[in-house]
Design a protein around this ligand. Structure first.
Ligand SMILES: C=CC1=C(C)c2cc3[nH]c(cc4nc(cc5[nH]c(cc1n2)c(C)c5CCC(=O)O)C(CCC(=O)O)=C4C)c(C)c3C=C
Ligand code: FE2
Ligand code: FE2
Length: 353
């Protein structure tokens, strides 16, 4: 029998050509959405094709969807999205902000886990679409001796289009492994006290640095089609709960904070109110001329926050008469965020470490 807990590279009783066995470790595999390798047409097309062909993201029949995607959407969108990525690209490191931030988060979490568990826990990250692929990282962890893997989709809120598809890809990778490790997946953490605390602290810090207090804080979450909510996806409710817990933690009145949904794609109705319309309405109808916007559904700043919120949504607000617009960055690699993520990991590792 293979004994993974032994430190020997080959079991004593085994024949000389017996495969070498590494000392057993635990792997913590963080997963984010993924991002194009570059902003040129073909890199963008490859990324968008993989992303928008995922039936967890767009659930139309492939017979109808694929011709539209391949012939219409992928002939135009790589150009417009490529331009948007170009405007936020981290040229120094040759990668998108989502990639840079995910690397920084991973390094900090790895440092904390090393301090707590030494070499017994290995931390790495993968992406659902593009690189580094989930499959390559699962392979590396197993190769390094990980007999147990905790898979952690870095989304505070569960959505079929994010957490579930990340988990699907993880399980697909395991299908190819001869000696499958024991695995766990991490629950959404939208109501975790340390996540709420990290959000609240970042907002208090941002408000403390402003000359004048905003009239309202807009919590803008990535949207999904309204139909997904009707079909049982709990994402909408989890977003509403994060805003409520944040409001309670900040001790604010109801009219100081609101929930909106952004990034609508395609002709279907998505979760409402749409951020781009709501900020304009706040300025023109409610007289809220000073607003702050934060994006609690994103664990890292990305195209949807740096470009869509800070450019497109800001423009909509100013066009409607808004005067002061402050975007409060995502939690990224803030110490309080790393502390929250490490706490979630430790809670999910119970009984393993
Ligand atoms: C088309 C349907 C989409 C659904 C449903 C969707 C859900 C969803 N997405 C995120 C998080 C991110 N999305 C990002 C980019 C992005 N999202 C879509 C489409 C859907 N998302 C597209 C087409 C794109 C690419 C950019 C573009 O062309 O507009 C990103 C950023 C990636 C980056 O590289 O910066 C994130 C993160 C969530 C949380 C979510 C549902 C809950
Ligand atoms: Fe998205
Ligand atoms: Fe709901």
């Amino acid at each position: 029998m293979l004994d993974a807990s032994a430190t020997a590279t080959r079991p004593a009783h085994a024949p000389t050509d017996h495969p070498k066995i590494k000392p057993a470790k635990i792997g913590v595999l963080l997963a984010n959405l993924g991002t194009p390798d570059n902003y040129d047409y073909w890199s963008m097309r490859r990324y968008l094709n993989e992303f928008l062909s995922d039936r967890r993201v767009i659930d139309y029949s492939p017979w109808l969807w694929q011709p539209l995607l391949q012939l219409v959407i992928l002939s135009k969108r790589p150009f417009s999205s490529g331009e948007a990525y170009k405007s936020i690209w981290n040229e120094a490191q040759g990668e998108s902000p989502l990639m840079t931030i995910t690397k920084d988060q991973t390094a900090k979490i790895a440092e904390a886990m090393q301090a707590a568990h030494g070499d017994g826990v290995m931390v790495d990250f993968c992406m659902r679409y593009g690189n580094p692929s989930t499959k390559s990282k699962v392979r590396e962890m197993i190769e390094a001796g990980c007999r147990k893997i905790l898979f952690f989709p870095l989304y505070p809120h569960y959505a079929g289009a994010t957490s579930a598809t990340a988990n699907d890809q993880f399980f697909r990778a395991l299908m190819d492994e001869k000696w499958q490790p024991t695995v766990r997946t991490v629950d959404p953490y939208f109501e975790h006290p340390l996540y709420i605390e990290a959000l609240a602290t970042s907002i208090e810090r941002a408000y403390g640095e402003m000359a004048e207090e905003p009239d309202i804080l807009v919590c803008s979450y990535h949207g999904v089609p309204q139909r997904y909510l009707m079909e049982g996806d709990p994402y909408h409710c989890q977003c509403q709960k994060t805003t409520r817990l944040l409001k309670e933690r900040l001790g604010w009145a109801d009219d100081k904070i609101t929930t909106t949904f952004q990034s609508r794609f395609g002709p279907e109705e998505w979760l409402k109110p749409y951020t781009v319309e709501e900020v304009a309405r706040l300025a023109s109808e409610d007289g809220k001329k000073k607003i702050a916007v934060c994006a609690p559904a994103f664990s890292a700043d990305c195209i949807e926050t740096l470009e869509e919120i800070n450019e497109e949504i800001k423009e909509s607000f100013e066009h409607a008469g808004g005067e002061s617009f402050t975007y409060i960055p995502c939690l990224n690699d803030d110490a309080a965020h790393i502390e929250a993520l490490v706490a979630v990991i430790e809670e999910n590792l119970r009984g393993w470490t």
